[in-house]
Design a protein around this ligand. Structure first.
Ligand code: T4K
Length: 438
């Protein structure tokens, strides 16, 4: 049935037999590697003008004019009282966690980028991993309450893929149990939840402006909050605790400052924000149209009543129906130069140091365990064109149409795994065999 779909959708199918797949020796469908997370870059002339300005000014960091302007524009866009630009979202999380006085245990999803958990453990606070709602991929509030102990001081929700957490339920629990509530909004810049811009919830929210995010400042992030006192504390903490005047340290602090060159990139990219979102939206709709109706493939959708940045194109592959495991599909795609990703495989609880600390935590995370085996992210953003999306969609359809043959051939021939797909322990073992590690 799926074979038919391949031929009807493409008058010239790029692969006619499975032997033409690059993994079995054929030519890759794409000449160049196509990454998930290729940066979007705004107007170069304006960017270079800003670089020249800041060089002429010889003001490279520490409260320069660009960072203040970026903070002002972000606060306005989000409709939040305060925005503090930070060197990256990981440090932003660490500072916020410390500024809010979190201690003991904090409840977080395991289905997130490792930075969410590390920002806690770095300060010797235990991340207590909570399961997710399989529909939303976000923290399941019904499961949060059961994990609260006398040591719990807070909850960190993550708006995964930019789709808002269940903010009301988490806020209600946090208020009733007297816990601090932070949102890791690394994916959710420019997104809304129930009509309100993300950035206005909990005690504070954190954005990431890393190069791979749809809006980037090379490296960067921001803390946004409506709390004046918290803002004042964070401003001190991100600059070693320095207050006004020279030599005046009045609080514990670190170096969390965003540089002027990052802020210049941010100001330039903000001017193209609508264009980036429009491209992401177009790509998302094309993928959705070209991948519709594939049994066992769930295309993650965004509520179009909300504001979304559409920076992630996400599929869930159900091996029971497709007949091929997500990892095999990823392996085939990588050989074709489509570097699809498995965020957030294998889940924070299966990464160090957490897997050593809590070897059985997976037992409490059945939905996370299932999801990390299924999710695949496809390339999007301004570096990806319609023709490439069509090729990727054709490849996926082709693979699913020949699922059993490909699966069999992959396991029989003992095809070398693609290094980027090796788990840490497999990589370590392979390196030992190859004599690269002693
Ligand atoms: N919380 C959440 C929920 C997050 O997702 C993240 C970051 C954070 C917190 C922490 O934010 P930051 O401290 O980073 O601001 C990437 C990013 O490094 C990371 O920022 C991001 N989440 C995470 C989801 O993805 P990797 O390990 O996948 O990055 P990497 O180097 O493999 O880059 C992805 C692809 O992008 C590469 O295949 C190549 C391409 N790329 C990358 C860079 C840096 C480019 O084409 N150009 C580039 O300049 O983690």
């Amino acid at each position: 049935m799926t074979t038919k779909l391949v031929s009807t959708l493409s008058p010239q199918p790029i692969k006619r037999s499975i032997n033409q797949l690059a993994i079995f020796g054929g030519q890759p469908a794409l000449k160049e590697k196509l990454h998930v997370g290729r940066p979007n870059i705004g107007n170069r002339e304006r960017l270079i003008r800003r670089f020249n300005d800041l060089l002429d000014r010889r003001w490279l960091t520490n409260d320069g004019p660009y960072i203040y302007e970026l903070e002002r524009q972000i606060a306005e866009l989000v409709g939040v009282k305060h925005c503090i630009g930070i060197c990256n979202a990981t440090i932003a999380l660490e500072i916020t966690i410390r500024a809010l006085g979190l201690t003991g245990e904090v409840i977080v999803p395991s289905f997130t980028f490792i930075a969410t958990a590390h920002a806690l453990q770095w300060q010797e606070i235990t991340p207590v991993f909570c399961d997710i709602d399989p529909q939303t991929h976000n923290l399941d509030p019904r499961k949060v309450e059961a994990l609260i102990t006398p040591r719990t001081s807070g909850i960190i929700g993550v708006h995964v893929w930019g789709r808002g957490c269940n903010v009301e339920a988490l806020s209600e629990i946090a208020e009733r149990r007297k816990l601090k509530l932070i949102f890791d909004a690394a994916h959710a810049f420019g997104c809304s939840y129930q009509g309100q811009m993300i950035g206005n919830f909990g005690h504070a929210e954190i954005f990431s402006f890393h190069a791979t995010k749809f809006f980037n400042t090379f490296e960067g992030g921001a803390i946004v909050t409506n709390d004046d006192e918290l803002m004042a504390k964070i401003r001190l903490m991100k600059n070693f605790g320095f207050s006004s005047g020279y030599d005046n340290v009045i609080y514990i602090g670190t170096n969390g400052k965003m540089s002027e060159i990052s802020a210049a990139m941010g100001l330039t990219n903000l001017e193209s924000l609508d264009e980036f979102i429009a491209t992401n939206y177009q790509n998302y709709k094309q993928y959705q149209a070209e991948l519709q109706g594939l049994p066992g493939v769930k295309f993650i959708t965004y509520n179009e009543q909300e504001k979304n940045n559409y920076q992630y194109v996400v599929l869930e592959i159900d091996e029971q129906i497709t007949g091929i495991h997500r990892d095999q599909l990823v392996q085939v795609l990588h050989a074709e130069n489509v570097l699809a990703r498995r965020y957030f495989y294998p889940g924070c609880h299966r990464m160090e140091p957490y897997r050593s600390y809590f070897p059985h935590s997976g037992l409490l995370l059945p939905e996370t365990e299932k999801l990390v085996q299924r999710v695949i992210l496809l390339p999007t953003g301004t570096a990806v064109g319609a023709e490439e999306i069509s090729k990727i969609a054709h490849l996926i359809r082709f693979v699913l149409a020949h699922d059993r043959q490909i699966g069999k051939k992959l396991s029989c021939n003992n095809h070398p795994k693609i290094p980027s797909l090796l788990g840490e322990s497999e990589w370590y073992a392979a390196s030992l065999v190859e004599g690269q590690l002693s």
